[in-house]
Design a protein. Sequence first.
Length: 300
Amino acid sequence: MSEYHAVRGHKLTFKGDKVKTKKKKPKDKKTRTVDDSQSSAADISSADATAHHAWTSVKTVHDLKGPVSIFFNSQPVRCLAVDSDQGVVQGVMAQTNHGTLVDSLSMAQPEAVGHVLVAQRVRNTGSTSKTADSDLKYTFKAFDGKYLSCDAAGTVTVDQLAVGPREMWTPVIRETGISLQSVYDTFLTVGFDPQHESSPTPWPVDCKTDQIGFCQTFVMKCQTRGRSLASTDPDAPTLASMDTANAEQESIKRYQSGRTSHPYMVTGHDRVLKRARRDGKMAEALLDRRERQKSDRYCK
């Protein structure tokens, strides 16, 4: 009986018969509205994702956080690229995805990992206040983990794995662009040659001049998402902007052994910290206090 029902369930067909297909019912207006809104929301989200990964010009030093790219205003536009084999940085022609040269800074974007450097502010340098940015120092790390460095002779290399004074740069922002000042008070310079401006030969980069000119002025670009996050983050107080009691408490919380919720502090000696702040030795004084209190897990 079960076999009979199984056979009866199939309709007899002949070769050449047209196969009937079910017609789709038209959607209701409400359903169509929901689908349209979902598709528009998906388009907006994809547009937002594209905008987050776009590159925009750096306006303040607070935008220097994360991936950045350095361009030079020549014709065509040049981009500072890291050559990991030679351990140097050179000015190469900026190109688009299709391989065409870029003639405008507004259209310039990095197209290779060697065109991107990761900017990071050095801790306990300068202030996060937007009115006191002259002492802020930054490091720029390449894709291979090595830092942009400059020696006393003005030679610029990308071959250091650790950060020292030579790897620290002070950005100087002007109306025409950004300049990078080394620890020797010299500025990053690209070897601009007007006679060979359109030549594909990479331009050399050094750091020998102590004045800012056309060859020392660059346009930096950061990711739009990083810039928006930097603009929305509130200004965090630093040790230099706090009073001595709060500065010591924050210092102990950061380095205290065991990471307890209640930092161990010793009252008094406020005059010593005030004198150290006046002399610019606040960090050294706090380290001495933590060493005496045996509260630093790194200094025993």
